[in-house]
Design a binder for this molecule. Structure first.
Ligand SMILES: [Zn+2]
Length: 455
């Protein structure tokens, strides 16, 4: 586990490692209660873990504290499996030390029982629609979708121990946002202690046993991911209200707004940020990606659900359950002598850090100090080997060389002799941001991390 503190409302996340550990992301406002939100205990429930990731990346907290573990079972998320080592949500009473997930379960238990935590939410996607009496195959008491789950009606002697009351209140509040009355949520009390010994192996029951109020939220698997996420967020906001946590989010809470938030500006940086890709609309494969000879690929993202992992002789980019595309490498020595490049964008000249994604409307021109060579991928001019100092428009570049399926984002690579010095992307899509760049931040625990400048 790696712990990241959010300072200055920056979004921070891990890089490097295979990404199979989970993240604990802390967002702190003024003094107040602490809500722990856990997503991804099962790897095939994207509504829950995407909601947790949006909470971590797109919300600012003014009062109170959020602790978010958006990717508890990250290895299973990447593999699109409920659990590559069995169901993690049945490992919370007894677990053998030889279980491959033993340390993950121990770590999350430590977080759940932390004295600062006031209330715990475990986010799931469940089948069908929970109803208190049998309606049909999809709507009945054995279904889990569209329910708020408690293990017992109250937990004595702790704040927020009135589980049934709180559950009713947040369910009612979430039901104000239903897209269709048929989607309504109901409170489900599993009466774990008395009636359901199976459920005593779950994360929420472990929390209850340790005097931490805990709830499960289940969005229905009948819906597309963005709708599930929308419903989870209705609940998350209702719980924040319940705990007096005040927040702002930077997108509209609607199924469409959530869809956009999930699919925009998903950035990943490679190899010390010499390369940065917007993977939202990336092609199935990018060829001749200049990776570092003899070194392990390092990646970094502002999104805790992103990973870039070796796959045969390529790398595959993962985003939650989605497999975004492959990188086919060409290996180079790297040259570290150039931190930035001068680009004239639509007539205006400016210095851009390596890795920048530069929005351009009409034309651009890349300049470098003497000794460097510029290669605009998909652009050729007869007899010209170094493309520095040339004014280039979109129509001068062959669109199938773009990194995106839309044919609008192009690679500009800089070399010094035979060494790769870094890449910029030129983005011809509608201009919203002039430049996108994952920032770097050093945190207390010594990890070098990167954040995303405020939107
Ligand atoms: Zn589940």
């Amino acid at each position: 586990m790696k712990v990241y503190l959010f300072c200055l409302l920056l979004m921070l996340t891990p890089g490097g490692v295979l990404g199979m550990e989970f993240d604990l992301m802390k967002k702190q406002g003024d003094v107040g209660n602490t809500l722990l939100v856990i997503g991804g205990i099962q790897g095939d429930e994207p509504g829950g873990f995407n909601a947790a990731a949006l909470l971590a990346t797109r919300y600012r907290i003014a009062k109170g504290t959020l602790w978010i573990v958006p990717n508890l079972n990250f290895a299973s998320i990447i593999k699109r499996s409920r659990g590559i080592h069995g169901d993690m949500n049945r490992k919370f009473d007894f677990l053998s030390k030889s279980d491959p997930e033993y340390h993950l379960v121990e770590e999350i238990k430590t977080i759940i029982t932390d004295p600062q935590v006031d209330l715990v939410l475990n986010l799931h996607d469940g089948s069908g629609f929970y109803r208190t009496s049998y309606v049909d195959r999809l709507h009945n008491p054995d279904r889990w979708g569209q329910s708020c789950i408690i293990d017992q009606s109250r937990l004595a002697g702790v704040p927020f121990g009135a589980l049934a009351e709180i559950g009713q209140r947040v369910t009612q509040q979430a039901n104000q946002g239903l897209i269709d009355p048929a989607h309504r949520f109901n409170l489900k009390n599993t009466r774990t202690r008395l009636e359901d010994p199976q459920m005593s192996q779950t994360l929420t029951f472990f929390a209850i046993e340790n005097n931490k109020p805990a709830f499960g939220i289940e969005a229905s698997k009948s819906f597309r991911t963005n709708v599930r996420v929308y419903y989870h967020l209705l609940f998350l906001e209702a719980y924040m209200k319940e705990l007096g946590i005040s927040f702002r989010r930077d997108f509209e809470l609607s199924p469409q707004g959530v869809k956009q938030a999930l699919n925009q500006d998903i950035l990943v940086a490679l190899n010390d940020h010499k390369i940065q890709l917007d993977i939202s609309d990336i092609r199935a494969q990018l060829n001749y990606v200049p990776l570092k000879k003899g070194a392990k690929l390092e990646f970094d993202s502002d999104n805790p659900l992103v990973a870039v992992l070796p796959y045969r002789n390529k790398y595959r980019i993962h985003y939650g359950n989605n497999r975004m595309g492959f990188l086919r490498p060409q290996y180079f020595e790297y040259d570290d002598s150039l931190d930035s490049v001068r680009v004239t964008v639509d007539g205006l000249s400016r210095e851009f850090e390596m890795g920048s994604i530069v929005s351009v409307e009409k034309s651009f021109l890349v300049d470098t100090p003497p000794g460097y060579r510029v290669n605009i991928i998909g652009f050729t001019r007869k007899g010209v080997r170094n493309e520095k100092g040339l004014r280039v428009r979109k129509k001068d570049i062959i669109s199938r060389y773009s990194i995106d399926k839309g044919g609008k984002i192009f690679r500009v690579e800089v070399y010094r002799n035979d060494k790769f010095a870094g890449m910029l992307l030129i983005d011809f899509r509608a201009v919203q941001q002039k430049v996108k760049l994952l920032a770097r931040t050093n945190l207390e625990d010594g990890h070098e991390l990167k954040g995303f400048p405020a939107h």
